[in-house]
Design a protein around this ligand. Structure first.
Ligand code: AMP
Ligand code: GLY
Length: 444
């Protein structure tokens, strides 16, 4: 592997909790001199070595100019939209000396078209729920009426985690089709729909890295996608996550042989070159099934797993860009983490803007580059998502506002730390789930 010959200047693209966690972890690397975050948030603005730049994630022209003007060495793309619109292709073409972490547009189709992803899984014998695809309301109705298994309705394109309807009855499935095709609430993303069998089991978010040859799994975690306790309410981007997952260890051999090996082979044989994170959404029933692929780090999974990573993140991402993942060790703390999202109470439909945020004793929890994660001692890191600093005041600026992550010697300790901490932070419309990791602990 070609090691960077000098400490790097890095650009992280995005403004969520995931990007704050990426900046925080990269800032701990001796191989990183400086990080810019475009556009960043209130948290990245106050993280050591990190500076926000006022460039929106879809402004490719400005991103490309900034990379040249600021002599950026390495770009890490956070969110799905710029990947789907080809930011990596643009940077490869316009800035050939730049290293970019993330897949090109065609490879990212695995995330931005659920129909493509399902067909990819089907043709490579990667286990996934039964499905059919339709392009019109009438065709969708026919599928739902003719197939008693057809209960999960998904818009094909990107929808911030909100375009999936997991239904119990035929009527609910028909209502979902109506909302998508006739309510037109998803625009072009909803012009095609995937209709699936409903699977019942435990979910695992398995973030992996693929370097063109090999797939390297990171620490498995579990997201909590529904808005309310006991998995009630609409799907969201994710209301909290914990890591690691005992179920993964228990079913590891099966997950490797039925899922990871076929995926690794499929990516090697694919017509496109895949490079970057492949987030595999798993459902474990009688056997493991793949629910979805994302081509980026998960949010809030990243905020849950990075505080447990004891190795340096920079060489890992760098190695991924040059087919050298076998040359880098990734190590994890033996402890656990629990990340609870503090969201606006109207999220996922609404968001909060301009409310004052009080982080209390956690105001500087990410400002130090001290590697707290190497110890198993209980501690808390408050990552920021929908926030911004205005004249030195921290204000809300989105649906998911904070990601309060407790780290402890085990899941119970991590969860206790997270919930103790979240009671000490405040903004007026703050709401959060009270049961993150609750089911896992109850079943211990
Ligand atoms: P996706 O974006 O495809 O991962 O779907 C979002 C969430 O919807 C998943 O994390 C699951 O909680 C749920 N879901 C998706 N597909 C299915 C399915 N076939 N059966 C049951 N639940 C599903
Ligand atoms: N937490 C789910 C996602 O990042 O897609």
């Amino acid at each position: 592997m070609r090691r960077p010959d000098k400490p790097l200047t890095v650009l992280v693209i995005g403004s969520g909790g995931r990007e704050h966690a990426l900046c925080w972890k990269l800032a701990q690397s001796a191989q990183v001199e400086r990080i810019y975050c475009a556009p960043g948030n209130g948290g990245t603005a106050t993280t050591t070595k990190v500076e926000n730049v006022e460039i929106q994630v879809m402004d490719f022209l400005k991103i490309e100019q900034f990379c040249r003007d600021s002599k950026i060495d390495f770009v890490v793309v956070g969110p799905d939209n710029p990947l789907a619109e080809g930011i990596v292709d643009v940077l490869h073409e316009k800035c050939p000396d730049l290293r970019v972490f993330g897949p090109e547009r065609v490879a990212a189709t695995l995330e931005w078209s659920k129909a493509f992803a399902k067909e990819f899984m089907d043709s490579h014998e990667i286990p996934t729920a039964r499905f059919l695809v339709c392009d019109s309301y009438e065709a969708g109705v026919k599928i739902v009426q003719e197939n008693s298994w057809a209960r999960v309705i998904k818009v094909d394109g990107l929808a911030l985690g909100k375009g999936v309807f997991v239904c119990d009855t035929q009527d609910q499935a028909l209502d979902a089709l109506l909302a998508i095709f006739q309510g037109n609430s998803f625009g072009a993303a909803g012009s095609r729909v995937v209709i699936e069998e409903k699977l019942v089991g435990e979910e695992i978010s398995l973030l992996t890295l693929f370097d063109g040859k090999r797939l390297v799994p990171l620490l498995p975690s579990q997201d909590h996608k529904r808005r309310f306790d006991r998995d009630q309410g609409p799907n969201t981007g994710g209301m909290g996550a914990y890591a690691p997952i005992d179920l993964f260890q228990a079913r590891r051999a099966e997950i490797e042989s039925l899922v990871l090996e076929p995926i690794e082979k499929a990516l090697r044989d694919a017509a496109f070159d895949y490079n970057g994170v492949l987030y595999i959404g798993l459902m474990i029933t009688d056997k493991p099934y793949v629910l979805e692929f994302n081509c980026r780090f998960g949010d809030p999974e990243t905020q849950a797993i990075l505080p447990l990573m004891t190795s340096d993140l920079l060489p890992l991402l760098w190695a991924c860009t040059e087919g050298a993942l076998d040359k880098v060790q990734v190590t994890w703390s033996s402890g656990a983490s629990c990340c609870v999202i503090a969201a606006a109470e109207t999220y996922p439909q609404g968001s909060s803007r301009g409310e004052a945020i009080d982080l209390g004793e956690y105001a500087s929890s990410t400002s130090s580059v001290k590697v707290a994660s190497s110890k198993n001692k209980d501690h808390v890191v408050v990552f920021q998502a929908g926030t911004k600093l205005v004249d030195g005041k921290l204000l809300t600026n989105g649906g998911r506002v904070l990601a309060v992550t407790g780290i402890g010697k085990d899941l119970e300790a991590a969860r206790e730390s997270a919930y103790k901490a979240i009671k000490k932070v405040h903004f007026a419309s703050m709401a959060y789930r009270k049961d993150i990791a609750g089911r896992a602990l109850a079943s211990c």
